[in-house]
Design a protein around this ligand. Structure first.
Ligand code: FES
Length: 317
């Protein structure tokens, strides 16, 4: 994959768990344009391995002198977010991918309802710039544990005014999804990004209320789950790769020198899909891309997040 060399121009501790990073191009030129909701993958060489983690681009899509991302330190981080927090400093150079948008705003929507939970606010930071520029009708609903742990509330108040609605757990204020989604005009699109229970809640509520699937959008990049170690045989490459417990299959294959395609690295886009030729146990499908019948057939797997329940897997790669 064609990577871009960037320099870390600034780092800000936004909340006790969230850091904001500003990247500029190493050669001083502008970065590629992007649209609200895009993400990049940041590649980090550390501790003898390469971490590649997706992060949403924040800030205005019209200002490409710099990119902005925010990283929440995950409690059970396998290294990516913890490494970003502890080891990345201003002046360091990093490699990033070109922006990709898997969470686009629907151009024909009459109204946009944006629902964010915690760090799930980040893709909306660029989307509201697009919506404000277009003069589009929207509401942003932002739920978090407490104001102390919530990132960017002041910036959002300035950017969104009375379109922003905040819900703080510590104040006992809850988002009533049923009421929110029951009272929207025809042609409204809803977008959700946040913890899994929130995303599932919005998807189920929308379904129960009869919202068309095409009007409901979600972004839910999964951190690759850890599991038992296993062997994967790459039939075309004639390679056998050991996948350690704390590494994804995609990361282990890359570390062996084979580069499968990817976009999201979070089980969403389907780009990394591989055919399974043999498996000595069932597959542990963790993605949101394959259908239930595709998962049951055990013929395909998304190596960015999925694993085998057995000891050995043969892939058509
Ligand atoms: S890279 Fe997107 S599903 Fe694996």
């Amino acid at each position: 994959m064609n990577m871009i060399d960037v320099r870390v121009a600034a780092i800000e501790q936004v909340t006790p768990l969230i850091k904001h990073f500003k990247f500029v191009k190493e050669d001083g030129s502008k970065l590629p344009p992007f649209s609200g909701g895009s993400h990049i993958v940041v590649a980090l060489d550390a501790e003898g391995r390469t971490y590649r983690n997706p992060y949403s681009l924040m800030g205005s899509p019209t200002e490409t002198d710099a990119y902005h991302i925010s990283v929440r330190r995950q409690e059970n981080s396998r290294g990516g977010s913890a490494y970003m927090h502890e080891n990345i400093s201003v002046g360091m150079t990093l490699k990033i991918t070109h922006p990709v948008n898997l969470f686009t705003l629907a151009k024909m929507a009459h109204k946009h309802v944006l629902i964010a939970g915690g760090i799930g606010i980040t893709p909306f930071m660029s989307q509201i710039e697009d919506l404000n520029r277009l003069g589009a009708e929207y509401e942003l609903h932002y739920a978090f544990r407490s104001y102390k742990q919530a990132a960017f509330v002041e910036e959002l108040q300035k950017a969104c005014g009375n379109k922003l609605h905040c819900y703080s757990d510590s104040d006992g204020k809850r988002l009533d999804m049923d009421a929110l989604l029951s009272n929207q005009p025809l042609g409204t699109h809803v977008y959700v990004c946040g913890p899994s229970p929130m995303v599932v809640g919005v998807l189920e509520t929308a379904k129960n209320l009869g919202w068309p699937d095409s009007n409901v959008h979600n972004e839910q990049f999964l951190a690759p789950p850890v599991g038992e170690s296993f062997k994967v045989q790459l039939a075309k490459s004639n390679l056998e790769v050991q996948v350690p417990a704390e590494m994804s299959m995609l990361e282990a294959i890359e570390a062996a020198g084979v580069q499968p395609e990817y976009l999201c690295r979070g089980g969403v886009c389907g780009r990394c899909e591989l055919s399974v030729l043999e498996s000595d146990g069932g597959l542990e499908h963790n993605d949101h891309f394959l259908t239930e019948s595709e998962k049951a057939s055990c013929k395909k797997i998304m190596p960015c997040v999925s694993r085998t329940k057995g000891k050995r897997l043969v892939l058509d790669l």
